[in-house]
Design a protein around this ligand. Structure first.
Ligand SMILES: [Zn+2]
Length: 165
């Protein structure tokens, strides 16, 4: 799996979800997760402001991992950042940095370095579904391109009838 597939819809639209699990793709999944449609900042792992909540379909098997995934990734990011900052302060205070001018930047450099694995992991292994409020549009980010395509077809396609078998 690569990067996420993004579908942008007007924020005023209540989207129709495909009748498949957004994580594994199994049909008629029967459960849902509360998907927070929120305003995010690219450098922050948590939302700046929460908009509305939508119900994204998931199967019983995926509901648990999906609810657990976001906090787990946040703590991975926070732990990396904290470890990096601590290492940076230790290096700065121990005098191990050869250049005095570089000393004050050590905590920042090490903190960013520590946070980087979490950021890179999120880019290459996106969460199954996320929704970000951007002005008067909502960007739905799908890990799976096939489910994103079906979601797009249901909400923007010329024949938006519900006759799929
Ligand atoms: Zn599933």
């Amino acid at each position: 799996m690569g990067f996420s597939t993004d579908i942008v819809l007007p924020a005023s639209l209540s989207p129709v979800w495909p009748d498949v699990c957004v994580r594994c793709g199994v049909p008629r999944p029967g459960d849902h997760i509360n998907l927070s449609v929120s305003k995010d900042h690219p450098l922050l792992p948590f939302p700046l402001a929460t908009g509305r909540v939508e119900r994204a379909p998931v199967c019983n098997h995926c509901a648990g991992p999906l609810r657990f995934e976001r906090p787990a990734r946040f703590w991975l990011f926070a732990a990396g950042l904290t470890a990096g900052l601590m290492l940076g302060y230790w290096l700065a205070s121990s005098g191990a940095v050869p250049f005095r001018r570089a000393t004050k930047w050590m905590p920042i450099v090490c903190g960013l370095g520590g946070a980087l694995p979490g950021v890179i992991y999120n880019i290459f292994f996106p969460i199954a579904i996320e929704a970000e409020l951007k002005g008067d549009t909502v960007c739905y980010e799908f890990a799976r391109a096939d489910i994103a395509a079906e979601f797009k077809r249901l909400n923007t396609g010329p024949s938006s009838g519900s006759g799929a078998a």
